[in-house]
Design a protein. Structure first.
Length: 72
C-alpha cells in the first residue's frame, strides 16, 4: 500500500519488424533482425511518471537507489 505501480498499456494492433536501426541498444547486431512482431507498448508509466509514449523514451527517468544489506 502506498506504492506507485508500473503500468504498460499495450496496443495489439501494431505490427513491427525488429532491426538494429529501430532498437535502443548501442550494438550493431541483433539476433532477431527482420522478425515480424505483433503488438507494442503504447504508453509505459513507472513510479507515477510517463517513461514511454508516442514521442519515445523519456530522458528524465526517475531512478531510486535501493541499499541492499549483505550477510558475512
Amino acid at each position: 500500500m502506498g506504492s506507485d505501480a508500473d503500468i504498460v498499456i499495450w496496443d495489439p494492433s501494431v505490427s513491427r519488424s525488429l532491426s538494429v536501426k529501430s532498437q535502443q541498444q548501442k550494438c550493431d547486431f541483433n539476433v532477431f533482425e527482420g522478425l515480424q512482431c505483433r503488438g507494442a507498448p503504447w504508453c509505459v508509466l513507472s513510479g507515477g511518471a510517463v517513461v514511454l509514449d508516442e514521442d519515445g523514451v523519456s530522458t528524465t527517468l526517475l531512478l531510486h537507489y535501493c541499499y541492499c544489506y549483505y550477510y558475512k
